[in-house]
Design a protein around this ligand. Structure first.
Ligand code: CA
Length: 232
């Protein structure tokens, strides 16, 4: 497994590389956003650990550029603690997961392993058929894409996994806490707004009127419920 560490704080980058190598990963450091984008053009990685504040191009720009280039390598974004907007901007730019700084090394490794496992989960396990039709849209959960006529949208790993989970639980209300545990494998210390942001993105993809959702419904006081048939 090859990991690209995009981090301009040399001591942190070196520490992460040292520990990744100790775990059997191959790790490469880029201390600048533009250098990272160049490196990604010439080499293939299994995951990218991406800091937000960087010289050259910031983490959001790096993530956005990767996705625009159709590079869907999983991204773990390193955000500043307490900056919810970093998390939301990161997901909007195409990050798959985030970790607030400063963090414990074990948590970092667990998150990264989780990200790599989820990639494998999508590639190997298929609890639901990989192509599903939702509201006239064709969704390929394995290849992470949604087609609606000429419209062609790429899903991130987490969007696909969340949607797969909602589909498995069709008709049932699922709480944010359960979603965090089952989909993200996270305990409740995580900001649940991250989920809401994913729901907004799924609705934009699936609903005729995202502001008046019929498919990914809000269940007040509980969480969300997925109903495939658009109901009157
Ligand atoms: Ca930085």
């Amino acid at each position: 497994m090859k990991i690209l560490i995009v981090e301009d704080e040399q001591h942190l980058a070196d520490g992460l590389r040292f520990n990744l190598e100790a775990e059997g990963y191959e790790a490469v450091i880029a201390g600048d956003g533009l250098v990272a984008l160049e490196t990604l053009e010439s080499k293939k990685f299994d995951a990218v650990v991406l800091d937000v504040m960087l010289p050259g191009a910031d983490g959001f720009e790096v993530a956005r550029t990767m996705r625009e280039r159709a590079d869907y390598t999983p991204i773990l974004m390193l955000t500043a603690r307490g900056h919810a907007e970093d998390v939301l901007n990161g997901f909007a730019a195409g990050a798959d997961d985030y970790l607030p700084k400063p963090f414990e090394l074990e948590i970092f490794l667990a998150r990264l392993n989780g990200l790599l496992r989820r990639r494998q989960w999508l590639e190997t396990e298929s609890k639901t058929p990989s192509v599903v039709m939702v509201n006239g849209r064709e969704i390929d959960l394995e290849n992470l894409e949604m087609r609606n006529g000429d419209e062609h949208v790429r899903l991130t790993l987490m969007e696909a996994k969340l949607l797969g989970y909602l589909i498995e639980n069709e008709g049932r209300a699922v709480s944010r806490k359960v979603i965090l545990e089952e989909v993200w494998h996270l305990q409740e210390d995580t900001d649940t707004r991250a989920i809401d942001n994913f729901i907004v993105r799924l609705r934009r993809m699936l609903e005729d009127e995202p502001d008046n959702p019929k498919i990914v419904q809000t269940v007040r006081g509980v969480g969300y419920r997925y109903i495939n048939q658009a109901v009157e």
